[in-house]
Structure formats: structure tokens, C-alpha cells
Design a protein around this ligand. Structure first.
Ligand code: UDP
Ligand code: MG
Length: 310
């Protein structure tokens, strides 16, 4: 029988721990799979850890495992910790608040059996979410898809099931500023998408403040996009070119004009030209910085999906 590891990052989710377990138990009752949940307690300040321990005692260690952080390191760190401890044939990432419906698990398992390497859930509605948040989120996807080599799926969540190969690939990216959605897109593999309707969390409150989300988006953007570093090259070049064209125009005009010279145009154009030159040189430095950035992340050069070389 295939084994499934369910990784659940938990930050102050005491009220959700047990409900989550029962949700999964219910969904996988009639499915041929040996499953276990790995709760990753991300430095919760409430009774999440005692709740998880109690559950591990009653359900058994084969069903409920846990890792507990010394403090709050963030969801990305919790996902990484969970993935690096996963051993199952399949691994799935899920939120503790049941916003990722366990009822989708059988469909996801079926997709894996069909031969997909990865199966993700895509939210088709954003009901119950503030309008501004939805709009900004859509903007974020548009922007990141345009300026990076990644293609993120609109509404695609972290609710992903993957094979061991995909887990190993994700763990092989060791960068510190992690953005799992981007990483999952970066590693590639054949992915199937399943649609689902937005669900409200069962208990507790969201851990994301508006500012937190903006910071997350910005960090995700800069983890994959080096376009801003290159922007300076273009801005600088355009400014310097514009200054040169204007200078020529002013020079020609001066030839046909009589009367006293003010020197005003010369000064403005010189400032513009050297401003452009400086920004251009900053852009050149940016190009090198972009390369250094890519090197320090030490991402693998490739990920093998299939081979017949032993
Ligand atoms: N989470 C975490 N560490 C954090 C923040 C959140 O492990 O610092 C977990 C949280 O417990 C939940 C999941 O990440 O299981 C998603 O968080 P939440 O439901 O608050 O986000 P939302 O669904 O509102 O986007
Ligand atoms: Mg949630």
C-alpha cells in the first residue's frame, strides 16, 4: 500500500488540531492508503503543542507525528521542516484550519496514481475575502508571471500533493527567503489542478495581517524577479539619450538665435545627461548583483525527472 504524509504548519491552531485530524480521517476512510499527519508547531503561543501531543497519544505515533519549533519561524520554514522530514510515497501540504478541504485528498491521490508528479488545488472563488486583497493578489500574479520565468496559476494554493521526487527537488532549493508557490513552479514536473470553492476557516483567526501579506508578496517577488535590478539600465540609457537629443536641438537653435546667452539649457542638459549615465552604471552594477544573487541561492542547475542511467 502507498504511504501518504500530510504536512500541517500550525501557528496558534489549538482549536483546529483535532478537527483537522477528524476531517482527514473522514476523507480517507475508504481510501487504500497508509496516511500519517506531521504537525509542525511553528512556535505557537497557545495550546497547540499539548493538543498535538494528546492527539498523538490517542491516535498513535503511526498516525500523528509532530515537530515543534523553538519560536515562530513562519509558515515557509514550517513547510520546509515538514518536507525535509517526510518519508511517504506521497506528501501533501495542508493548512490546519480546514480551508484546504480534506475531501479533495482522494481526488489528488487518484491523480498521483494516474501518473502525475504533483497535484494542486486551485481556488476558483475568493468569497469571504476583502475586495482589495483579491485585487492586489490578482495584480501580484500578473506581475510575477510577466517579469519572471515562472508561471503561477491564479488561485493556486499551497495545498499540493507530490511524489518523493518533487519533495526532494523542493528540499534541494536551500534558499532562506522561501516562497513555496514559486519554488513548486520553478522545479517543474507534471502538475494536475483541481478546482475548489473557497472555505472559511473552522476556528481561530487568520495569521495574516494585511501588512504581512504585502511583505510576503514582496519577498516572493524579489526571490524570483531580478527585473528591478535591471530596470536602471533602461532608465539610465533613456535619460542619457533624451539629454543628448535635447542638447543637439538646443545647439541648433542657438546657431540661429541672436541676443545674450543664459546657459540655462546647458546646465539642465548636463545634469540630465550625467544623471542618466550614473543610473545606467547603477544598472550595470545591478546586472552583476543579479548574477551574484542567483549564485548565492545555490539552486540546482537542473532537476532530473526520469533517466535510465543507474
Ligand atoms: N502558519 C504558520 N506559521 C505562521 C503563520 C501561519 O505555520 O507564522 C500556518 C497556520 O497555522 C495555517 C497556515 O499557516 O495552518 C495558513 O495560515 P492562515 O490560515 O492564517 O492563512 P490564510 O488561510 O488566512 O491565508
Ligand atoms: Mg487559513
Amino acid at each position: 500500500m502507498k504511504t501518504l504524509d500530510i504536512i500541517v504548519p500550525c501557528y496558534n491552531e489549538a482549536e483546529c488540531v483535532e478537527a483537522f485530524y477528524h476531517g482527514v480521517e473522514e476523507a480517507l476512510r475508504d481510501v487504500e492508503v497508509e496516511w500519517s499527519i506531521i504537525y509542525v508547531n511553528d512556535g505557537s503561543k497557545d495550546d497547540t503543542l499539548p493538543a498535538v501531543k494528546a492527539l498523538a497519544d490517542s491516535a498513535g505515533e503511526a498516525r500523528v507525528k509532530y515537530l515543534s519549533f523553538s519560536r515562530n519561524f513562519g509558515k515557509e520554514a514550517a513547510i520546509y521542516a515538514g518536507l525535509s522530514h517526510a518519508q511517504g510515497d506521497y506528501t501533501v501540504l495542508m493548512d490546519a484550519d480546514l480551508q484546504h478541504p480534506p475531501a479533495l485528498l482522494p481526488q489528488m491521490l487518484a491523480a498521483m496514481e494516474e501518473g502525475y508528479d504533483c497535484c494542486g488545488a486551485r481556488r476558483v472563488t475568493r468569497q469571504g475575502e476583502p475586495k482589495l486583497r483579491s485585487a492586489l493578489s490578482r495584480l501580484f500574479y500578473k506581475l510575477i508571471n510577466r517579469v519572471t520565468e515562472m508561471q503561477l496559476v491564479q488561485g493556486g494554493s499551497d495545498f499540493r500533493m507530490m511524489t518523493r521526487e518533487v519533495v526532494q527537488a523542493v528540499v534541494s532549493l536551500q534558499e532562506h527567503e522561501r516562497f513555496t508557490k514559486g519554488i513548486l513552479s520553478w522545479v517543474g514536473f507534471r502538475t494536475k489542478w483541481i478546482d475548489y470553492e473557497n472555505v472559511e476557516r473552522v476556528a481561530g483567526t487568520t495569521k495574516w495581517s494585511f501588512g504581512g501579506l504585502v511583505r510576503y508578496a514582496v519577498s516572493g517577488f524579489f526571490a524570483f524577479a531580478t527585473a528591478p535590478l535591471r530596470l536602471a539600465v533602461w532608465i539610465g540609457m533613456l535619460t542619457a539619450a533624451l539629454a543628448t537629443v535635447c542638447a543637439v536641438a538646443v545647439f541648433i537653435q542657438a546657431l540661429f538665435e541672436s541676443g545674450p546667452r543664459t546657459g540655462y539649457a546647458t546646465i539642465v542638459l548636463l545634469i540630465m545627461f550625467f544623471g542618466g549615465l550614473i543610473v545606467f552604471l547603477l544598472g550595470v552594477i545591478g546586472e552583476y548583483l543579479a548574477r551574484i544573487y542567483a549564485e548565492v541561492k545555490k539552486r540546482p542547475l537542473f532537476i532530473v525527472n526520469d533517466t535510465n542511467i543507474a
